[in-house]
Design a protein around this ligand. Structure first.
Ligand code: CAA
Length: 413
């Protein structure tokens, strides 16, 4: 039987959600379109979040955080994303970039870096993807070569979200090209390290206010103190463990995107009059709103269940994290599309807020693992777990076929 985990919300987690809502209404909602248009980061909102100590919710107390876990992170990212999905990822990527240190770092690395992140003094990025290694995260080509006590990192990364704002970049590089399972190691690179630079700021369809960059590691030199965990070869595992804990955050961004689009569409449907009445009175609009609400609510509770499981430290979180990411992000795209439909012609106009939700939603199905990769992860885990379901063999008949002296027929069912 699948293990079940209680989903309970502590007072602290609910207070974080409330505070995130306040920041969202004050700093995000009124400025989201402007920052989208200028591709400028909402520094004011980020500072407000840092001042409220929100950048430490996922960081354990002993390293300067509040230790309120992935569930608190998800609740906050949902509220931010309801007002501005782009800010949701700008915030959540600080978790993505710092979780490799939490799950794999040495005591010294945790004590040195995590308090800076929790205090909002260091922003983070996660440099895994490359031009020729996206879904195939094991196929990296950025190299780190050791000479004496020094590792030299050379190569380029692609799609580094927050790259140009980050002070701490967790960079995944090949340290043992001959090995299959211990090929990759993770390093902590600082933005001030000589050889680190930004090559290109991407021009994007959505989440335009968050910088996504090509990052360059041109002979960045670091010591063993920057090798995450202090032992080479653990990088791929650390990247997968990190994504297991970060995917609930991106799924929460999707729930917020869907919830924001649904709320906007509902309010608009009450205001917009056609044929002498508010369009919210028409059953076809009501049917769309009802479906959007059901999908959003289902995604929301899957995300909370995943976050609760992650916080309980259950190692089987991989499958449910992939489900939450895949389901919630598909919902976000569907709900944002229907919300545009409800806004009609105005929905297509950029001076109305809803087009941005539609544009921001699309990337959710692609980053932190495409939804095709999530489905593969879900199916692989299902098939692996089916080994524990042998009690079904008592009800699935075993067929035999007579050969009457010819070659025996081998059962393949
Ligand atoms: N936890 C721990 N270990 C894991 C793991 C997990 N969740 N998943 C796999 N591993 C281990 C396996 O046990 C295996 O270990 P051994 O070699 O010791 O047996 C090893 O890792 C290799 O596993 P696989 O054989 O399953 O690896 P694979 O090459 O088939 O790939 C994959 C698996 C799931 C497709 C993986 O490559 C993947 O997740 N790809 C997507 C990458 C991704 O999500 N990129 C997102 C970038 S970040 C981003 O987008 C951020 C942003 O902009 C905001």
């Amino acid at each position: 039987m699948n293990p079940l985990f209680n989903i309970s919300f502590s007072d602290a987690q609910l207070a974080w959600r409330e505070k995130a809502h306040e920041i969202a209404v004050k700093y995000l909602l009124p400025n989201a379109l402007k920052h989208d248009k200028d591709s400028s980061f909402n520094e004011e909102a980020f500072q407000a979040a840092a001042d409220a100590s929100m950048l430490g919710v996922w960081i354990p107390k002993e390293y300067g955080g509040s230790g309120d876990g992935i569930l608190a992170l998800a609740l906050m990212v949902e509220e931010f994303s309801k007002a501005d999905p782009a800010f949701g990822v700008a915030f959540a990527v600080n978790a993505l970039g710092s979780i490799p240190i939490i799950v794999g770092g040495t005591e010294e690395q945790k004590a040195k870096y995590l308090p800076r992140v929790a205090a909002g003094k260091a922003a983070c990025a996660f440099a895994l993807s490359e031009k020729f290694a996206g879904s195939d995260a094991g196929g990296l080509s950025v190299r780190a070569i050791k000479d004496g006590d020094t590792w030299t990192i050379r190569g380029e990364k692609k799609w580094t979200t927050n790259g140009s704002r980050a002070n701490i970049i967790t960079c995944f590089a090949v340290t043992d090209p001959e090995s299959r399972s211990r090929r990759i190691s993770a390093f902590i690179v600082e933005d001030t390290d000589p050889g680190f630079s930004i090559k290109k700021l991407e021009d994007k369809m959505g989440i335009r206010s968050v910088p996504v960059c090509e990052t360059v590691f041109d002979g960045v030199q670091v010591g063993d103190d920057r090798l995450i965990g202090g032992t080479p070869g653990l990088g791929f595992k650390h990247s997968m463990m990190t994504l297991d804990l970060a995917r609930p955050g991106v799924a929460a961004q999707a729930v917020g995107t869907a919830a924001g689009a649904l709320e906007l569409a509902t309010v608009y449907a009450g205001r917009r009059k056609q044929f002498g009445q508010a369009i919210s009175g028409f059953q076809m609009i009501q049917s769309m709103l009802a479906d959007m609400a059901q999908q959003t609510e289902a995604a929301r509770w899957l995300v909370y269940a995943t976050a609760a499981q992650a916080d309980a430290g259950h190692k089987g979180v991989t499958k449910i994290a992939a489900m939450a990411k895949c389901f919630a992000t598909d919902v976000a795209v569907k709900v944002a599309t229907d919300a545009v439909q409800i806004f009609g012609g105005y929905g297509f106009m950029e001076d109305y807020p809803i087009a941005k939700y539609y544009r921001d939603a699309k990337i959710l199905q692609i980053y932190e693992g495409t939804n095709q990769v999530q489905r593969m992860v879900i199916a692989r885990n299902l098939i692996k777990e089916s080994g524990d379901l042998d009690y079904y063999n008592q009800v699935i008949p075993t067929e035999t076929q007579e050969s009457f002296g010819a070659e025996p027929v081998t059962a393949n069912v």
